[in-house]
Design a protein around this ligand. Structure first.
Ligand code: SAH
Length: 453
């Protein structure tokens, strides 16, 4: 087999980037725009030793799970890799992905899987969007999303995963840029001003936040834009984020208030949160509540426990837990998020939660070794790369009865669980949760318990 050959492949699985995967003559092939169950004719684009990439030429037999994507740019945009798969098929895929990673990487023979927690509606669920701003080939200023794996902007002001207000906000921003000849930032040259428009909405409160990420320290005629944005119902916070670095990190460190409050508020369950532009906040608040309730159930609190919440962000899980624990300690690397976390504890009148800024892998060992702190329950919710080994080894030394692991990457989850379960713990419950409908991502919450308790 070589480049340009035509092959026939039955798609069996999806890669972590959402490419269809199937086999031909013992070789694995990755084929974009296919879904599990498709029989596809494809043209080989690139060959490696044991696998290759091919381009879809035609569907010989479409998968019974194939549906028409609702979004007109679903195929080009990198966001919704599996909009062409029916929602039940997406859920089956996600459940299987978690189970397979636990078996293959975690070496658990029979993971104790609970049915995936599904969404009511896998559209319009995101409370946050970050639209890159750029220039189209014909010179117009556009906003949209990056095409998969590139930084070419696909024009799209109404992402079907996001809130309807996004479009009106983007139109005002682009009109302002046109009126005052404000240029979009260009990655190649590092010139131009406006890089991204970040929009967040509190689903429970209706509050809207707009944050313009700029390569400079001010926006010309900002007051005119503010006036227009304020006509949108719910507008609460308008800020500039300063990012002069030539990098693909979206946000810089400095935030300047243009109008209103420097944050918005939202509630999850009965807990109220304030959210700053730089703080992490779960993007799907409806599913987050279900996820946190699951985490709380797994934590098995009676009111007497000391609990650690590592990677706590603005203290969302911490404060959920604090409702039922004696004492909760949160650790988070972003200082602004910890400021929010402390403010959130006060906002909810909770006095039993304390927060530390720093890396989990530094704060936890330090608190344990120097101050002899203990834990009955530890909750972790790390970024995709999972926990550093030093965090895991300190947890083993602290020997909490239960560890609740919330994960957005089941491969690193399985790796970390293997480490912990080889050192005295047992995997007892596991519940995938769909927080990111139409994408390949899946969230999982897991309970492991000390074997000798
Ligand atoms: N539990 C929170 C946040 C989870 S996201 C929630 O549900 O909202 C993961 C968080 O880990 C982010 O806030 C990120 O800033 C933080 N983080 C990343 N690396 C970290 C590290 N090494 N130590 C502590 N926090 C870290």
């Amino acid at each position: 087999m070589q480049k340009d050959d035509l092959i026939t492949v039955t798609i069996e699985d999806l890669s972590s980037e959402g490419l269809g995967v199937g086999h031909c003559d013992g070789m694995a092939f990755f084929i974009k725009d296919t879904v599990i169950g498709d029989v596809a004719e494809a043209k080989i684009m690139k060959m490696k030793k044991t696998y290759g990439y091919a381009r879809l030429v035609r569907l010989i037999t479409p998968s019974p799970d194939r549906i028409e994507a609702r979004c007109p740019v679903a195929r080009q945009c990198g966001g919704c890799q599996i909009q062409s798969m029916s929602y039940p098929a997406q859920l089956r895929f996600k459940e299987a992905k978690v189970r397979n990673n636990l078996i293959r990487i975690g070496k658990f023979e029979q993971p104790p899987m609970e049915p995936i927690i599904r969404m009511e509606e896998p559209f319009r669920y995101r409370n946050k969007a970050q639209f890159p701003v750029g220039t189209a080939k014909d010179g117009r200023i556009i906003a949209g999303f990056y095409a998969g794996r590139t930084h070419a902007i696909i024009e799209c002001e109404d992402c079907l995963l996001g809130v309807e207000e996004n479009q009106a906000i983007l139109e005002l921003v682009l009109a302002h840029m046109n009126e005052y000849h404000i240029r979009p930032y260009e990655e190649k040259t590092g010139k131009g001003l406006v890089r991204h428009v970040m929009i967040r909405k509190g689903f429970a409160t209706g509050a809207l936040m707009v944050c313009l990420v700029v390569n400079g320290d001010s926006l010309p005629h900002a007051e005119a834009l503010v006036e227009k944005l304020c006509t949108i119902s719910g507008m609460t916070s308008i800020t500039l984020n300063i990012n002069r670095e030539q990098t693909n990190v979206i946000m810089g460190r400095e935030v300047k208030l243009l109008w209103g409050q420097p944050y918005i508020e939202d509630t999850i369950g009965s807990v109220r949160f304030r959210i700053s532009p730089l703080s992490f906040y779960q993007v799907n608040p409806l599913q987050t509540e279900k996820l946190y309730n699951k985490a709380l159930e797994y934590a098995g609190l009676t009111g007497e426990e000391t609990v650690w919440d590592l990677y706590c962000g603005i203290g969302t899980i911490s404060l959920f837990l604090a409702q039922r624990a004696k004492r909760v300690y949160g650790v988070e690397i972003v200082p602004a998020a910890i400021e929010d976390a402390r403010a959130n504890a006060a906002l909810n009148g909770m006095t039993n939660a304390e927060f530390f800024v720093g890396k989990a892998e530094e704060v936890l060992p330090e608190k344990y070794e120097k101050e002899g702190i203990t834990a009955d329950v530890i909750v972790v919710d790390p970024p995709r790369k999972g926990c550093e080994e030093s965090v895991l080894s300190t947890m083993i030394q602290m020997a909490p009865k239960r560890i609740v692991y919330v994960s957005c990457d089941s491969a690193t989850l399985a790796r970390d669980l293997k480490y912990l379960c080889e050192r005295g713990y047992e995997l007892t419950r596991c519940c995938p949760t769909d927080m990111f409908g139409n994408s390949v991502h899946v969230e999982t919450v897991v309970l492991i318990q000390r074997k000798d308790t």
